[in-house]
Design a protein around this ligand. Structure first.
Ligand code: FES
Length: 556
């Protein structure tokens, strides 16, 4: 519940911050543009074209009475020099040419004269356009008429109603800007200039919710002692202060699941974050998230990996596997006996220039090969900047830009995305991945292939956007030819030259999984967050037992 509250509070705050920025920017625009910009009347001149006539014009009352039921009022006036009757009747208002008694008709020439008569600027007419149903620049005016475009510095356009010959509105470029500022400021996108509508009421309710949820979370933090400067450390803080190697990608938020520790004796009660991030069996084994529990004399926590070390790695190979993925091979300089398990990762210490000098950032990358070789291989997906206002991924840019012979420090091994040995040989192994998820999956597949108990061929479903993003294709095809692995590469983008599987990798995997007895499968999943979430939901839907599913979400 608290996690959901936290999540909702965070996203609500983002929406509110965006709206506050819009209020500030649009309010600033109002203050510099003034009310003139809102009206569009920079070159508007009051006209007297609709002059009430003093002299009485002959009225054909019988004809009018036949034409309009329930006449309430009749006025005679001139429009651009032509007499016009304005007849108010039970069904509305009608306009007649007083000299002929026929319905009023505004000609293009008359519209031009009316527009110029209402205009005080320096321009002349550029274009006249007939409108069949008003204009969205004039709210509520949906009748036929003319748009008279004036050639001037403000792009003035004047709207003339055809039925009455009335000048409906002046609009121009400053009005357009002001109109958008109004829409954004008052959250009124209907153009009605209304600030008492459903959206703004909803925004008020949302802000009230934001305030209340903030108060609830603040109360929770006070009760937990987070505001107390003398509060006890969490186990994560405790290990970090002791310079012990412990992974964290969320800074203690309880959302990455990397900071697992094992409690000796009685483990503290599992928190909501523990229950979300850890499996039932892990909870039973006394595993908890170290960021969720405070150091206490009643219990004692140990790091999961006690053989973790800091290595200096020398780059010996930097190979471009796909347009976005590099394969980096390092030789440890100070660790001839270093060992790890397939599925684990190293935490790279990336030097990064900041305003306060060089800082060290921690980035996790999985081993891309099974252990047993002197070199350590990783695949790194180069994260480009989404646009010029953002920096590209610091860790991936640094690593992919390294030259052969350069060194970097890394801490590891860490992580427990390992082969499930509980039912060794009894279950078929299925690997589902995408993008940079190739690294731990490839290492796990290599390790699984070394195991003598493997009965059925391993199934490997790997998704990429296009053919060029598929990596290690030759290696997996060779294993398929040896009938040790069934390789299912899947392309999500349309490609007429592609003869293989198309679509989303989790959908393709689902088709195969539905033909299997899910009780006899171990499934390993790694890939981008959206793919991972879709795959986990699919596995849940088709009934693969959760304890037979292992996944690595890169600590996101
Ligand atoms: S640091 Fe504990 S879950 Fe991320």
């Amino acid at each position: 519940m608290m996690r959901f509250l936290q999540w909702l509070h965070r996203w609500t705050s983002l929406i509110i911050i965006i709206q506050v920025l819009l209020w500030i920017i649009s309010g600033f625009y109002f203050s510099i543009a003034g009310h003139h910009a809102m009206s569009g009347h920079h070159y508007y001149k009051m006209t007297h074209n609709h002059t009430p006539m003093q002299s009485s014009q002959a009225l054909d009352w019988p004809q009018l009475s036949n034409q309009f039921a329930g006449i309430r009022d009749v006025q005679l006036r001139t429009v651009a020099g032509t007499p016009q009757y304005v007849v108010e009747h039970a069904k509305g208002v009608s306009y007649l040419d007083a000299s002929t008694g026929k319905p009023w008709s505004t000609t293009e020439m008359m519209a031009a004269n009316l527009a110029l008569a209402s205009y005080s600027g320096p321009g002349d007419i550029a274009e006249i356009t007939w409108l069949t149903a008003g204009s969205n620049e004039v709210n509520g005016w949906l009748k036929p008429g003319y748009r008279v475009d004036i050639r001037d510095d403000l792009n003035t356009r004047i709207y003339i109603d055809a039925a009455s010959g009335a000048v409906v509105e002046h609009r121009n470029t400053p009005w357009l800007w002001a109109d958008w500022a109004f829409k954004l400021h008052f959250m009124d996108y209907s153009g009605e200039r209304n600030f008492n509508h459903l959206l703004i009421v909803s925004a008020g309710v949302l802000t009230l919710w934001f305030t209340l949820s903030g108060l609830i979370l603040l109360g929770r933090n006070v009760v937990r002692g987070d505001m107390n400067p003398r509060r006890k450390q969490t186990y994560l803080e405790f290990f970090q202060a002791q310079q012990k190697p412990i992974a964290s990608a969320c800074g203690g938020g309880g959302t990455c699941g990397l900071c697992k520790v094992r409690f000796k004796g009685t483990a503290p009660s599992a928190t909501e974050s523990d229950r979300v991030m850890l499996s039932e069996s892990e909870l039973r084994e006394g595993l908890r998230l170290s960021c969720q529990h405070r150091v206490c004399k009643d219990n004692n926590a140990d790091l999961l990996q006690t053989d973790t070390r800091t290595l200096t790695l020398k780059l010996v190979h930097n190979r471009v596997l796909t347009p976005s993925i590099h394969e980096l091979t390092f030789l440890p300089k100070n660790a001839s006996t270093f060992s790890y398990q397939a599925g684990q990762f190293m935490q790279f210490l990336i030097p990064c220039e900041a305003s306060r000098g060089t800082v060290i950032l921690h980035r996790n990358y999985s081993f891309a090969t099974a252990p047993g070789q002197p070199e350590l291989t990783f695949t790194v997906r180069k994260m480009p900047a989404p646009d010029t206002s953002c920096q590209p991924g610091v860790g991936s840019t640094y690593l992919c830009g390294m030259q052969v012979g350069e060194t970097i420090n890394a801490v590891g091994p860490m992580g427990d995305f390992l082969l499930n040995t509980a039912a060794r040989g009894e279950r078929q192994q299925v690997f589902i991945g995408g993008g940079a998820g190739i690294a731990p999956l490839r290492a796990l597949i290599q390790e699984a292939l070394e195991e003598a108990e493997i009965q059925a061929p391993i199934q490997f479903f790997y998704g990429a956007r296009n053919q060029s993003e598929l990596c290690y294709v030759d290696e997996f095809m060779a294993l398929q030819e040896q009938q040790r692995l069934q390789y299912h590469p899947v392309i999500s983008e349309h490609d007429a030259t592609w003869r293989g599987l198309s679509g989303y990798v989790h959908d393709i995997a689902k088709t195969w999984l539905q033909t299997q007895d899910t009780q006899y499968l171990d499934v390993y999943v790694c890939g981008p967050p959206a793919m991972l979430a879709a795959t986990r939901a699919m596995l849940d839907e088709i009934g693969v037992p959760p304890e037979q599913v292992r996944y690595d979400d890169f600590g996101i």
